[in-house]
Design a protein around this ligand. Structure first.
Ligand code: SF4
Length: 337
């Protein structure tokens, strides 16, 4: 195992320990947290879709009194079901609960696997992962709005969280972080951190148990993340450009001939291209719009020991001799000697 892999492992186990300890002390006492019974977990997760916790509590208790298990729910007259649900809204959730309860009755057992849970009416990826982990401690990471926010800040993710690519990246992070045994508790801890500390507008970083490893906090951008696309068909993305200078020369790379509109233009490197690049101070930022996408570009000083193939050093005094992309030009204007 390389030193980098070892330190990643230490960091992950530190985050797990700190988060679980914080959750043990700070979690809210919510009625659905008093039991790990799959039926109860399922009902609470469905009720919590698009509904605030405080609003759900009285409904949850009343619902369980009236329908204490799968059989009672499966055999309830629809009018009864809808009357018990009345006020919570989104009635399709109640109808799906009953359809699912009938399916479970037919199968004879409450499903214990992710794929079977996912096959129940009204159960999507998030809900299946929540039930599988909370009720059965199966290794499925949840990815709801709270988790997306916490993880995008922890990892300093500047891409649009509404995009599939960024979600997949954050899903991978969630899976790596997931505690291998206490999966349900860990998922809930991450969601609780988002609900109580890593708030959308004013994250309470001073109270945060994992602040030591939060990249957004380190870079002072916790209020700017996560990035979300605001207009339909229009995206806002962020990226980092690196100014790496050595003996009066700047490190640049050239786009290949197949690169469409920007073919042959020279660019500044981005962190993903340079493994081992060490980020220094942020020297500026600017916006740049291409068709339907506005990029918020952050410009960092950086250093690097080994330069990979495909890059070239060019004297700053000769930089105007090559065709530079507009973003590279704007980024180089951030240099103040
Ligand atoms: Fe969120 Fe702040 Fe904690 Fe980072 S340090 S995870 S921004 S609360």
């Amino acid at each position: 195992m390389t030193r980098k892999e070892r330190s990643k492992k230490v960091e992950i186990s530190w985050i797990r320990r700190r988060l679980l300890a914080w959750y043990g002390k700070n979690k809210r006492d919510l009625p659905w947290r008093r039991s790990r019974d799959a039926y109860r977990v399922w009902i609470s997760e469905i009720m919590l879709q698009q509904t605030r916790v405080a609003a759900v509590i009285p409904y949850y208790e009343r619902f369980l009194e009236r329908f204490p298990g799968v059989s009672a729910l499966a055999s309830a007259p629809e009018q009864d079901l809808l009357a018990t649900w009345a006020g919570l809204g989104y009635y399709s959730r109640a109808r799906n609960l009953q359809r699912a309860a009938r399916k479970i009755e037919e199968q004879g057992n409450f499903p214990r696997e992710y794929s079977a849970l996912r096959g129940l009416p009204g159960v999507g990826d998030y809900t299946a992962a929540a039930i599988a982990s909370i009720a059965f401690d199966l290794p499925h990471a949840v990815l709801d709005g709270n988790v997306l926010r916490v993880l995008s800040r922890l990892t300093g993710e500047r891409g649009n969280v509404a995009s599939v690519r960024v979600r997949n990246r954050l899903r991978e992070v969630a899976e790596q972080l997931l505690h291998p045994k206490r999966t349900g508790e860990f998922n809930q801890a991450l969601m609780e951190l988002g609900a109580l500390v890593c708030l959308p507008k004013q994250p309470q970083c001073r109270k945060c148990p994992v602040a030591r490893h939060c990249l957004a906090l380190e870079q002072g951008v916790q209020n700017e993340l996560p990035v979300k696309s605001t207009r339909p068909g229009f995206s806002r993305l962020e990226k980092e450009l690196l100014v790496i200078e050595r003996a009066g020369k700047i490190l640049i790379w050239q786009r290949s001939r197949e690169n469409g509109r920007l073919a042959g233009f020279w660019e500044l490197p981005e962190p993903d291209q340079l493994e081992g690049a060490k980020l220094g101070s942020r020297i500026g930022q600017f916006r740049h719009t291409i068709v339907n996408t506005t990029f918020l570009c952050h410009v960092f000083r950086a250093s690097l020991f080994v330069v990979p193939k495909g890059f070239r050093w060019l004297a700053r005094s000769r930089i105007h001799e090559v065709p530079l992309s507009t973003t590279a030009k704007k980024a180089l204007q951030c240099i103040v000697d």
